[in-house]
Ligand binder design. Structure first.
Ligand code: PDD
Length: 285
């Protein structure tokens, strides 16, 4: 039985109860984070908490905890669960009102919920073979930089990939790559790593930012710029990145091979740097 945290209490997940008037349930009115923990140590915690703060500020939801208190709650949730490597889920909603209405409750009492699951990292076979992706028009709202729990469009778009036997759906808006349904996307062309710029149309991924830092510190040529759909389809490599997938090569898009249809050399290198960095920060011994 896994341990969770709900509004100040640590309790078994199966015993957690919420009001059906909670605005997370009624309106998708809330923020969330997914924080990976390796050897029970949260990775890039400060960056995740800073992004949470940004989302909460944009949603006009006061942050219920300072960073130190978040770190304590996260540490308790990790300690209360059996896995060495975990994916910690954290959610803050605008709480429950007495009636269903769009306007904010006064006063607002946010609901704070955390749980943890085993970290579902890609296996060696997936890393060695890469994964397939499909593409779709990005019809999400215009604040995709916010990590809100209102993920219906992302769920519908990811389901398209699942039903096509693929791992991810790449999203294009006005002829340019934004991101994946639940990941950021990188392209490699002529030895240069390309990432779309941070803007309101995609999530500023914690993994994405670390990959750009690692590219800079290891001298891998890289460029942050808009990437056209044609450039994506004719790339030498495509990667999907996220806190739970790390760096995963995409080898076909809509049934067409990317590059030679095998995971590329730059992906292999970056994955190694990513794991070395992660292990140096988190693994014991
Ligand atoms: N999703 N873009 C979207 C739309 C995402 O949902 C995610 C992550 C990312 C990658 O962000 P990060 O590197 O910070 O994990 C990009 C998480 C894992 C999820 O919703 O489960």
């Amino acid at each position: 039985m896994s341990l969770c945290h709900l509004d100040g209490n640590d309790l078994p997940l199966a015993e957690a109860r919420l009001s059906p008037l909670d605005r997370g349930f009624l309106f998708g009115d809330g923020a969330y984070e997914v924080i990976p923990a390796y050897s029970r140590r949260p990775f890039r915690l400060a960056e995740h908490l800073a992004r949470l703060e940004n989302t909460l500020e944009a949603l006009r939801l006061p942050n219920p905890h300072p960073a130190a208190a978040w770190a304590e709650i996260i540490a308790r949730v990790i300690a209360g669960n059996p896995w060495e490597d975990q994916s910690v889920y954290l959610q803050v909603t605008r709480g429950a009102d007495r009636v269903r209405r769009h306007a904010f409750p006064v006063p607002t009492r946010p609901t704070v919920f955390l749980m943890s699951e085993p970290l579902p990292l890609p296996g060696q076979t997936q890393l060695d073979n890469g994964v397939s992706a499909v593409s779709a028009a990005d019809y999400r709202w215009l604040r995709c930089d916010l990590k809100t729990v209102a993920l219906l469009a992302n769920c519908l778009l990811r389901q398209q990939a699942v039903e096509a036997g693929c791992a991810e759906t790449l999203l294009f808006r006005d002829g340019f790559l934004t991101e994946g349904a639940a990941s950021n996307i990188f392209a490699v062309r002529a030895g240069v790593l390309l990432a779309p710029p941070r803007n309101a149309l995609l999530l500023p991924g914690i993994t994405r930012d670390l990959i750009l830092e690692l590219a800079a510190s290891h001298g891998m040529p890289h460029e942050v710029r808009a990437i056209s759909e044609t450039e994506v389809r004719t790339a030498d490599e495509l990667w999907m990145t996220s806190s739970t997938k790390e760096v995963l090569p995409i080898v076909t898009l809509d049934g067409q091979p990317i590059g030679d249809g095998r995971p590329g050399e730059l992906a292999r290198r970056m994955h190694g740097w990513y794991r070395d960095f992660r292990d140096a920060e988190t693994r014991r011994g």
